[in-house]
Design a protein around this ligand. Sequence first.
Ligand code: AQP
Length: 332
Amino acid sequence: GARIFSGIQPSADSLQIGNYIGALLQWKEMQVTNDAIFCVVDLHAITVPQDPALLREQTRRTAAQYIAAGIDPEQAILFVQSQVPAHAQLAWILNTITGFGEASRMTQFKDKAARQGADAASLGLFAYPTLMAADILLYSAEEVPVGDDQRQHVELARDLAGRFNSRFGETFVVPKAVIPTETARIYDLQNPEAKMSKSAASDNGIIWMLDEPARTAKKIKSAVTDDQREIRFDRAAKPGVSNLLTILSAFTGTGIPALEEQFTGRGYGDLKSTVADAVVATFEPIRSRALALLDDTAELDRLLSRGAERAEAIAQPMLERVYDRVGLLPRA
Ligand code: AQP
């Protein structure tokens, strides 16, 4: 199978259901037939302010959730980004071949910078996509399984790989994004026009993987819908109901049209209970496994450093090749 690379930011105590559907669910399947590398991208998380002590804890918690959700750290390589210095080093090189205008067009930067106030946004936030390109290109990843929101960043990684290759000679594999389906973007339950996000201002519309099951069920039951009665998928006219159908489809493997049929003549309350049951049934065991792994942080830390060694064995030679191509003088 193909070499795949993907990561999630340790930007909260818990991952949210969008991270699960957009990322973990596919990773779990892809690790079986592919050469898979999964990263906890802590250097990406600090592109917005993080509390240092919390960040360390969130990094462990994120790794524990990968494993609890089914990532096998023996089969796949699982590691923490900052433990392999080549990521930051290659990102610098890529910054030097990225246009200012090109980086300015990234919609995630525009969104996140607007949220923080343009003057508060850091240069690191602006350079987020080149660090992500470095993550991918270091491992010659052919496929990058991500949610729909990351499509533009993977496009940039492709462009940079091609540009570097034509300027300095064939070096990088040109990667491609693997996005589950067009509908695999999950929206905030309270504000179904906005992407569900760990760092949303209010947590009422977020389904957390590590929340208590009762709380998850309650949030789903209070999801914003509309004042009609019809259960059908229509993103523009019925964003709340469409979001619930997307979640149910991801958790049951049933297609949206079949779900629409199944729910003909049934009420929103019924749909919400069905979604809540499906989510809780999947997340409850993941939550217990993650909490159990977090009981022994020494063991978890050892497991992560083994992952970092395996990752570095691939990344470091690539970085050296790049330095050479660019013309940097090696230590004698
Ligand atoms: N709402 C979403 N729907 C589908 N996929 C999603 N992903 C995130 N949110 C959704 C996917 O999760 C992976 C990792 O995300 P990340 O944490 O690295 O960055 P993000 O996309 O910015 O996620 P968050 O939760 O919104 O984090 P914050 O709030 O810290 O920025 C990616 O594959 C992404 O597609």
